[in-house]
Design a protein around this ligand. Sequence first.
Ligand code: KE4
Length: 422
Amino acid sequence: MNLFEESKKYIPGGVNSPVRAFGSVGGEPVFISKAKGSKITDVSGKEYVDYVCSWGPMILGHSDDDVVKSICEQAKYGCSFGAPTELELKLAKMVVELFPSIELVRMVSSGTEAVMSAIRLARGYTKKDKIIKFEGCYHGHSDSLLVKAGSGALTFNQPSSPGVPTDFAKYTLIAQYNDLESVKKLFVENKNEIACVIVEPVAGNMGLVLPEDGFLAGLRKICDENEALLIFDEVITGFRLSEGGAQKYFDIMPDLTTLGKILGGGLPVGAYGGKKEIMEHISPVGPVYQAGTLSGNPLAMAAGIKTIEKLKEKGFYDNLREKSEYLWEGFADNLKKLGLKFCFNKIESLGCLFFVEENVNSFSVAVKSDTKLYAKFFHEMLKKGVNLAPSQFEAMFVSASHSYNDLDFTIKAHYESLKAIL
Ligand code: KE4
């Protein structure tokens, strides 16, 4: 019996996260046995140039020697104490130093936990119950956020999940990304009832959709006018767009920020942080409760500290941007040569090919993409040794360890795959 069949006997759908199951692209998921740098290797020994990068965390590349060394070193001294450590202090200082809007930060163990906690804090701090999120944005799987969500929820066409009581979901109001009027309208209809607006400053879970000029600044202004908090969910963009995330890149200051992925260097870490005045409402200083057995876990802190030390090195983002732009230009040349007008959205080391011939600047256009064609493209690339996200509604991630040979290899596979499916 093969691994997937056997896994399905013990794990729902054979996977520990739905989007890994190849549900929307068909076929059986590839089981990975190891990874190094830009490459992952499946259990049959086949190697792939990887652009999933564990959905973002592996910005240095897989199994970075220094990160592995830090984890192994720390493991000798203990994996978890349930007590404060210097490591947590060190990583917290790095986050406060790098993220302009963060004065205090609390570590948790996933992006979902970070967002769930930030929402509770926003509600506790403002004493208002309603929240605004954007259709197609994904903020993890906590109840309030599984309403018209993106990523796997969208991929499996269950943006609003069963199991979330209607009474819960009614406090989650839905606006449209890049549409400030849709936000203003909700504030008029729900005067003084909205605790916060949560947004992916660059949307990475409906495929990649960039904020139009003025959108983020507009959200900042609307939140100020309505005494609501602005929450940037930077689980993807944090340390990805710059060492200070999207808030540094676009110079827009949220009230709260959620982090994950790169922060843990591949180990389970999430975090939420913001202004002291707000964060001091969190237990044990304030009344809003939040806790976690493995929060600030020493191994995860060691991995995160080393990862961030390395991406702080001079020229890291310039180098990553040059490699990414090289790849994006190769893709653009291919589309031109093939006379294709598909939309390719990109920013820094994030990219996404939509199989739709319109500029994808909103959820409603993103979902016009031909997901069947994406599935064919995905499998052609996989056959050729390039690992992409098994869903149209995700992004590609470039890492510092992708070589120009890898990029040329990918550009060639991209051309041949598009030719093969069209
Ligand atoms: P986690 O709970 O999966 O660590 O983080 C949830 C989350 C929160 N916010 C944003 C903007 C996110 O993108 C995510 C998780 N991202 C997805 C992929 N886009 C994780 C992949 C998966 O679900 O397996």
